[in-house]
Ligand binder design. Structure first.
Ligand code: ZN
Length: 372
């Protein structure tokens, strides 16, 4: 077991919620403090408010991972006898770093919107609003026949050749490779100054751009040649689609009233606001955590019978009525699912790395509303 530093923790976390997935202009990443220090205790929270920082101090937290960035608008001042400035002062004085994962965590596979879809027991879940299609590369490598299996396994294990539910997909053609080792070469086969002909296999596969380096490194490690011949081509076809919100179906149709009740129990909220006739029948559900006002048209176009999102505005509710789209608003605070969600992901990842670290889920309530 080893104590990781902040960079190691965040590097791990960003494999799950990469920064490049965030919406343009979102304020994500390290916001307060430093990652250049050992991390013993991490706290996961939805919001950073003063009483959340007090909780972190009490639990001797080194790093807070928050969903909502505490610094969102440009700061005009940090006045430490006012609540906001005092909160920042406390973090700095107690050496607590704050890292925000916002829309990148919403969009991530297995992130906030998937946790919400899962809590609502949606099936056949897909992305609601696509924001990013992963670029793909074609990797072609030439390898002597004796080592083809090892290379195929190494690149497949590193994530190349993933198509739908199939891994390790490659195409192989046999042919002759030629080379002439020059002075200074230390060839695996053949000798200096003599033209060699070797039976080789041309292995081709696809690689998501983000895994290109990892796959090539894995390939080079098992390839026997001193100088490996390989090509990487950009492709026009795209890989996995990432995006905001999810759409899926309920196991059975129900009335809007029953569904509203289902939302209350499954997202553990005391109340929901509903737009639409309570007797309407619903089965296809679109969900976006947080404020999804902007996306009601996408929800309608995607064929959803009902749209679950928070912070619904009065006029947007009118628009939904005119569109004939039912809406259930459980509030913005349902994003609290991210606390357990991130903690579970991080615990698993840290255990794999044998990191000696405590992951603590904030118990502080940051719901600003009281329901009476
Ligand atoms: Zn939010």
């Amino acid at each position: 077991m080893k104590t990781p530093n902040g960079y190691e923790i965040i590097q791990l976390f960003e494999q799950f919620a990469p920064k490049h997935l965030a919406m343009e202009g979102d304020k994500i990443g390290l916001q307060i403090g430093t990652l250049n220090k050992p991390i013993h205790r991490v706290m996961i929270t939805l919001d950073v408010l003063e009483h959340v920082v007090d909780e972190a101090i009490e639990h001797e937290i080194d790093l807070i991972i928050a969903h909502h960035p505490p610094i969102f608008r440009p700061l005009k001042h940090i006045v430490t006898d006012q609540p906001y400035g005092r909160m920042i002062e406390k973090c700095i004085k107690h050496n607590i770093a704050i890292y925000a994962a916002h829309t990148n965590l919403d969009i991530a596979k297995g992130g906030v919107n998937d946790w919400l879809a899962e809590a609502l027991q949606l099936q056949n879940v897909d992305v609601l609003v696509p924001t990013y299609e992963e670029p793909l590369k074609k990797l072609v490598v030439y390898v002597p026949r004796t080592h083809a299996d090892a290379v195929r396994k190494a690149i497949g294990d590193a994530g190349a050749g993933h198509i739908g539910n199939y891994s390790h997909c490659t195409f192989n053609s046999e042919g002759m490779g030629t080379f002439l080792p020059e002075e200074g070469a230390n060839p695996f086969i053949g000798q200096q100054g003599k033209l060699e002909t070797v039976e080789e296999v041309r292995i081709e596969t696809i690689v998501p751009a983000r895994l290109q380096r990892k796959v090539i490194q894995a390939m080079l490690q098992v390839h026997p040649y001193e100088e490996v011949a390989y090509d990487v081509y950009p492709l026009d076809n795209k890989g996995t689609t990432y995006g905001l919100g999810r759409i899926g179906t309920l196991s059975e149709e129900m009335t809007l009233q029953q569904f509203a009740q289902h939302v209350k129990t499954s997202l553990r909220v005391p109340t929901v606001r509903v737009v639409g006739e309570l007797t309407n029948r619903v089965r296809k559900v679109a969900v976006i955590g947080g404020d999804g006002n902007k996306y009601i048209h996408q929800a309608k176009m995607s064929g959803a019978d009902v749209y679950v999102t928070g912070d619904l505005y009065y006029h947007v509710a009118h628009d939904a009525l005119m569109l004939g789209l039912n809406v259930v608003d459980p509030g913005h605070h349902v994003e609290k699912v991210m606390k357990e969600g991130v903690a579970n992901v991080l615990k698993t990842m840290c255990a794999q790395q044998k990191f000696d670290i405590d992951i603590y889920v904030s118990q502080a309530n940051t719901e600003p509303f009281t329901f009476i």
